[in-house]
Write a protein that binds this ligand. Structure first.
Ligand code: FPP
Length: 254
């Protein structure tokens, strides 16, 4: 009954676009990497085993996105709400960036990938920040894919921070309240130097945004798949890209 609202069910693989169809590659792809816990549970493994497997998938999708010419890949790795998880799981999730970057940073440098962080730095452990900051520093000259890790990120927190900064700047006379428009608000968000996502992918069958890029996703195309993140492959990624290429984007027009 809900099938027609579900843009991408696992048995309904979208067709590859025909030769003459627009082959436009989305500039910015954002992914909610969901389903690690369920993947682990299905296999009788602890939840962290799902996160570890999910980390391997990050590697594959980064490479694929870079290869096909995506400019920005934003990955929701840890939300402002994820602190509510059991302490050992949070500690493991906070180790993932260094586990990933310790191994993959040389390859990211070589592949011309530029690492960025989106999220509140406060509360992130020092060892996590150290790993991410090292990657940011070592890849800052790179001109290929921007790999934007959303860590301790929440859209409402981001909007609160932006509103507070705008209020401060109005009070200080830096900007006038009449000048506040979409572009001013966008310039106070953590994505101020990035285009809005063209395509959002969420794995694991959940169809919600979970406080992710609420402002920036206003006109993005959404693809939901039942595939759990640790099972997500380059093939699934390309299916989402092909689905995106078949969408007619109207931005509220006709
Ligand atoms: C949601 O699945 C997933 C997360 C909260 C963590 C996502 C992190 C990764 C995929 C690895 C990130 C890698 C790097 C390099 C930082 P869930 O745990 O909520 O799954 P469930 O809904 O099945 O329980």
């Amino acid at each position: 009954m809900f099938e027609k609202f579900t843009s991408w069910k696992k048995d309904k693989v979208p067709n590859v676009p025909k030769e003459n169809e627009s082959m436009s590659i989305p500039h910015h792809v954002a992914i909610i990497m969901d389903g690690n816990g369920r993947w682990a549970k299905q296999k009788g493994l602890p939840r962290v085993a799902g996160h570890r497997e999910g980390m391997k998938v990050v590697n594959k999708i980064v490479k694929k996105a870079n290869d096909i010419g995506v400019k920005v890949l934003t990955l929701y790795a840890f939300s402002t709400e994820n602190w509510k998880r059991p302490k050992p799981e949070v500690e493991f999730l906070m180790k993932l960036p260094e586990l990933y970057l310790d191994k993959e940073l040389p390859k990211l440098v070589e592949q011309n990938v530029k690492v960025q962080l989106m999220g509140r730095r406060e509360n992130l452990p020092e060892h996590t920040l150290r790993a991410v900051d090292t990657a940011i520093e070592q890849t800052k000259q790179n001109t290929g894919l921007i790999l934007n890790f959303a860590l301790n990120y929440g859209s409402r927190a981001e909007i609160i921070d932006a509103v507070q900064s705008i209020a401060k700047d109005v009070e200080a006379g830096v900007i006038s309240h009449e000048s506040i428009d979409e572009s001013v608000i966008a310039s106070y968000l953590m994505t101020k130097e990035l285009p809005d996502p063209d395509l959002l992918i969420r794995t694991s069958g959940e169809m919600r945004l979970s406080n992710f890029m609420l402002w920036q996703l206003a006109y993005s195309e959404f693809c939901f798949t039942d595939v759990l993140w640790p099972d997500f492959s380059e093939k699934h990624f390309m299916e989402a890209i092909h689905m995106y290429q078949q969408r007619a984007r109207r931005y509220g027009g006709v």
